[in-house]
Design a protein around this ligand. Structure first.
Ligand code: CA
Length: 677
């Protein structure tokens, strides 16, 4: 039996699973205690350094560690060691290696040396009182906005001082030179509840030592899982700064009512060979076979989450971010490579002390060389095995705008027929793989693949720009009113585009320059872009006002949301009524045709709250009997039973007359195509 086979045996796990919560370096004023899990090591030493840069020969001392329980090694250093850097020197069959600590709380520049840290000294003022502003709500109440830290601020038009930094995310009252709000002010104005940040732990593809150079990467290349990325701090050389500034950012967002989600990438590491855990326990963290790394991730290695100490490591790491940084949600990259038992352990552990934290991820099915038999992976298909974990719905994404595997493929909004059945399931929050709407994240674009508007432009070469914008808004109207969790890429609400200099669009901008990736706030000078922003804002406000759109389980959805039958091709409509909103009904119709459709309404007088150009909680018209749905657009209507009855009781004649007039006026106006500012 090879060593890597041995790692995954019950015998090895019985003997070498360490369950304690004291791995890493634990600072106290009097002394710092170390514990490292290295079951195959012959000896381990701790090296203490003055600085965090490995290029500097400034070792203070070297301390021999003692062999302790379950394959761990321990040591203690007297005195206040806050701010002292350290590494481990591990002697193995394979040779002697100096490495960083997998449990490092922070590091020096580029993550080579860990740093001993008094974590309380990094807390901003008022941190103990900092809370998730959306605690107590359901995951279906979340409206998620996906952002890269650097993209928000780096364009000159942002007006943000701390460009590309954590602190730039919370600069208040920033604006373009023309005075249009940008950055946090803009995000806040959208009404979103959760800000999802692309990887913000320490990743490897940006050289932190050269902040003066333009460098960009999405950051799906983890180096230190429990350390903030240095290039987003104002000083990557001093380990405490990145910790302080990330906490400041989170606190600042919380103050503005915005919860924070971290994009976490436990499924693979930057480099399997040099990742510190694998340096300390060779090939333990990753799935290998005869020295070859499994590569389902397409990034060179897959994490062996089914091994007990990898599972513990991931559970500890997620829980640490929730505890220490007050993170309110986690988006798991390629979670289909991680086993269900690990995911359920994460959800259960974090929820013990942070019941509000939400979890979702990419549950694609991918091949990977598991190291144990009978392991179920956390994929969409296995959604029933992880009820507390939600999945991106490529079903609704592709049905709305076209498959991501063909650059110019159309979808429902851009003229592809035959999408009614699948979209009906998606609207009910129950695509084929999804047991409950609480488990589907509905979206039309994220950082991956073409931006939504770019895709629409590519797939509809003959359409007018006005119609292309209507397609964009139709997609948004669908996923913002569907059962499930709405999610969108930052800038989608202002027709974000990633044009390539030579023509076409960037469908994988992971390391493209700022000129492609940055949010172009200057676009908001134009009314066309501001109009789309207003539309998204209105959809969000409407969703927040209506619990009928935000139900958690399929049974209640199926009892309260009724698909309308007998409609034209490429038209969908739904009637919503139930206990979530007593005395009120909602009617929503989507028309993807280039011609208007007339949809029959249930009895009564309906208030129109949204059409192809305007959305919100303001009544923009009324309708009785039928509603014309303009080409490539949605309509949203609300009927208030109680209000109508009350009016009828108070002044029956006047009310009836006014109702009839208003209804007739509403229909007429809609048929004529109302002019709006
Ligand atoms: Ca880094």
């Amino acid at each position: 039996m090879t060593m890597t086979e041995l790692y995954s045996t019950e015998e090895f796990e019985r003997k070498y699973t360490y369950a304690g919560s004291d791995l890493g370096a634990r600072w106290k004023k009097e002394k710092t205690a170390f514990r490292l899990w290295a079951p195959t090591a012959k000896s381990v030493k701790v090296n203490l350094y003055k600085a965090g840069d490995p290029g500097v020969e400034d070792r203070i001392s070297q301390i021999e560690m003692k062999s302790a329980v379950a394959g761990t090694w321990t040591a203690e250093v007297e005195g206040d060691q806050n701010g002292v850097y350290y590494t481990y020197t591990v002697e193995l069959e394979e040779g002697v290696r100096e490495t960083c600590d997998p449990y490092a709380r922070t590091t020096g520049v580029n993550g080579h040396r860990a740093m001993i840290l008094d974590l309380r000294s990094t807390d901003p003022e008022g941190w103990a009182e900092d809370r998730d502003p959306n605690a107590g709500k359901n995951i279906t109440d979340a409206i998620i906005y996906e952002l890269h830290v650097r993209d928000l601020s780096v364009d000159p038009s942002s007006g943000i001082q701390q460009k590309g930094k954590f602190l730039g995310v919370i600069e208040e009252n920033t604006a373009t030179p023309e005075g249009v709000p940008t950055g946090l002010s803009h995000i806040k104005s959208m009404g979103i509840t959760h800000l999802h940040l692309l990887p913000s732990y320490d990743y490897g593809s940006v050289d932190e030592a050269h902040p003066e150079r333009e460098q960009f990467n999405w950051g799906y290349d983890p180096v230190n899982y429990n350390v903030p990325e240095g290039s987003y701090s104002t000083d990557p050389f001093h380990g405490e700064v990145r910790v302080k500034e990330m906490k400041q950012m989170i606190q600042g967002l919380h103050k503005h009512g915005i919860s924070v989600i971290l994009d976490v990438v436990y499924n693979h590491v930057y480099d399997g060979e040099t990742f510190c855990f694998n340096r300390i326990v060779p090939e333990y963290f990753s799935r290998t076979h005869d020295g070859h790394y499994s590569n389902g991730s397409g990034c060179g290695n897959d994490t062996a989450s089914e091994r007990s100490m990898v599972r513990k490591y991931i559970v500890d790491s997620v829980n640490y971010w929730a505890d220490e940084y007050h993170i309110d949600g986690f988006r798991f990259d390629l979670v289909g490579l991680i086993d269900c038992e690990t995911i359920n352990a994460i959800v259960d552990t974090v929820h013990e002390t942070h019941p509000n934290v939400i979890f979702y991820g990419e549950g694609w099915t991918m091949p990977t060389d598991l190291t144990k038999e009978g392991v179920a992976l956390c994929t969409q298909r296995n959604a029933r095995l992880t009820p507390g974990f939600s999945f991106f719905s490529d079903t609704v994404r592709d049905a709305l705008k076209g498959t991501v595997f063909v650059d110019d493929a159309p979808g429902f909004v851009s003229g592809l027929p035959g999408q009614e059945a699948v979209l009906e399931q998606c609207f009910l929050g129950q695509p084929a793989w999804c047991p409950n709407p609480s488990q589907t994240v509905n979206y039309a674009s994220c950082h991956d693949n073409m931006a939504l508007f770019d895709r629409i432009v590519l797939s509809t070469p003959k359409a007018s720009r006005a119609d292309q914008i209507r397609m964009n808004n139709l997609a948004a109207a669908f996923y913002m009113t569907a059962q499930g969790v709405p999610f969108f890429q930052a800038g989608e609400e202002m027709l974000r585009s990633k044009p390539l200099p030579g023509g076409g669009f960037d469908e994988n901008s992971y390391k493209s320059p700022d000129s492609i990736n940055s949010i172009k706030w200057a676009d908001l000078r134009k009314e066309e872009y501001r109009q789309v922003c207003r539309y998204y804002r209105g959809l969000i406000a409407f969703r927040k006002a209506h619990p009928l759109l935000r139900q958690m389980v399929s049974d209640t959805v199926n009892a309260t949301v009724t698909p309308v039958s007998g409609l034209d091709a490429n038209v969908l409509a739904f009637r919503l009524a139930g206990d979530a909103e007593p005395g009120r009904e909602i009617f929503i119709a989507f028309n993807a045709n280039p011609t208007a459709a007339v949809v029959q309404l249930p009895a009564g007088k309906w208030d129109v709250c949204a059409d192809g150009e305007t959305a919100g909680n303001t009544v923009i018209g009324t309708a009785v009997g039928a509603i014309p749905v303009e080409p490539i657009s949605a309509v949203i209507l609300v009927k208030e039973e109680k209000k109508a009855e009350m009016k009828a009781d108070n002044s029956r004649k006047i009310a009836l007359g006014a109702l009839a007039a208003a209804a007739a006026g509403g229909i007429l106006a809609a048929l004529l195509g109302r002019k709006k500012k």
